[in-house]
Ligand binder design. Structure first.
Ligand SMILES: [Zn+2]
Length: 342
């Protein structure tokens, strides 16, 4: 297996002391991958600034110009949660360009699969604004590149970050060529992602929102993905699967209240890797979104690389969630009706 990764020092220069979305996150991941012998087994894909044309497929030019101007003038807050410093614009455009290049390397067959270890994250950034620690919609930019530059007709994005991928949804809401699936705590930040948000116009049904009640853990998530998401993916027949990988749905994450374990995460990631093999010659590319317990984050990313490389073992020193899970049967039944899965 040839597995690629994107990393650049610039992604650690976008930083703000005391903020949960800090450069320490990526430092913890790179430290873990280095100490556990992953890096010599992986192909490094350099970052590059995404072009204005690539970015404008997802964002209004005024939003792009505002992020660039604030960052180039030394930085500042773009909303209550979303900081920039003088490196942030360069980091954000290189995050998006790096993911595009990793994705095209997979589409070209130069790599089997990969993981973009990039910051800032992207899935909350809408066509017109930065929010929720995100500046540009990195994963949507990669989906559009696959669509427009490679002529793909069907791309799937799975977002298992604990927060709703509202930015990705906003960019792609009328695009029937991209299936967007988000599972997230609900109601929770940013407030969107209800079950009846299913896409608009010709794209009705191409958005799948799975609003998780507080406390849902491995068993609930396995049923929701196994009985709903995987059948939808098989029906859609993607030519590429992109993953917005957030590790803040872990039970010990400080920012949210979903109870996945690292073993649950590994089951989910391994299942998606297996589905990519079944549906699209293994073409799957992960990109980093959230995850704020640094040990969980590093282990979770390490386990994804184990899956991508074909290593059998996952590591879960944290064990399962200590909470009792709520029953998700009614939610699952409702989602099956909405998305016509029998
Ligand atoms: Zn998140």
């Amino acid at each position: 297996m040839a597995t690629g990764y994107v990393f650049d020092e610039i992604f650690t220069r976008h930083d703000f002391p005391g903020h949960p979305e800090s450069a320490n996150r990526l430092a913890a991941i790179m430290d873990y991958l280095g100490k556990n012998g992953f890096l010599p087994r992986l192909t490094h894909i350099p970052s590059r600034p995404v072009t204005r044309l690539e970015l404008m497929r997802c964002h209004h030019p005024r939003h792009i110009e505002r992020v660039e101007e604030v960052s180039r003038n030394g930085g500042g807050m773009l909303d209550a949660d979303t900081y920039t410093n003088s490196f942030s614009y360069e980091a954000a455009v290189r995050a998006a360009g790096g993911l595009v290049d990793l994705t095209t390397a997979v589409l070209d067959g130069r790599l089997d699969n990969g993981f973009a270890l990039v910051r800032p994250p992207g899935h909350h950034a809408t066509p017109i604004r930065a929010m929720g620690f995100c500046l540009f919609s990195t994963v949507a930019v990669a989906a559009r590149a696959a669509r427009f530059d490679y002529g793909l007709e069907r791309v799937a994005i799975i977002d298992f970050d604990v927060h709703h991928g509202n930015g990705t949804q906003d960019v792609l809401i009328e695009d029937p060529s991209v299936l967007f699936v988000s599972s997230h705590e609900y109601p929770y930040y940013p407030g969107t992602g209800a079950a009846d948000e299913i896409g608009e116009g010709k794209a009705k049904g191409a958005t799948v929102n799975i609003p998780l009640p507080m406390g849902v853990s491995d068993e609930g998530l396995k049923r929701l993905y196994g009985e709903l998401v995987f059948p939808i993916l098989r029906r859609f027949q993607p030519e590429l699967i992109l993953i917005s990988a957030g590790f803040d749905a872990h039970w010990d994450d400080p920012l949210a209240n979903i109870g996945l374990s690292l073993s649950g995460y590994h089951w989910l990631c391994q299942s998606l890797i297996d589905l990519a093999s079944e549906l699209c010659q293994g073409k799957i590319v992960f990109t980093l979104e959230g995850g704020y317990n640094l040990d969980v984050l590093a282990l979770g990313v390490g386990n994804v690389f184990r899956g991508l490389l074909g290593d059998p073992l996952a590591h879960d020193p944290f064990g399962p969630s200590p909470w009792r899970e709520p029953d998700i049967s009614a939610l699952l039944a409702r989602l099956k009706i909405i998305h016509n899965i029998t």
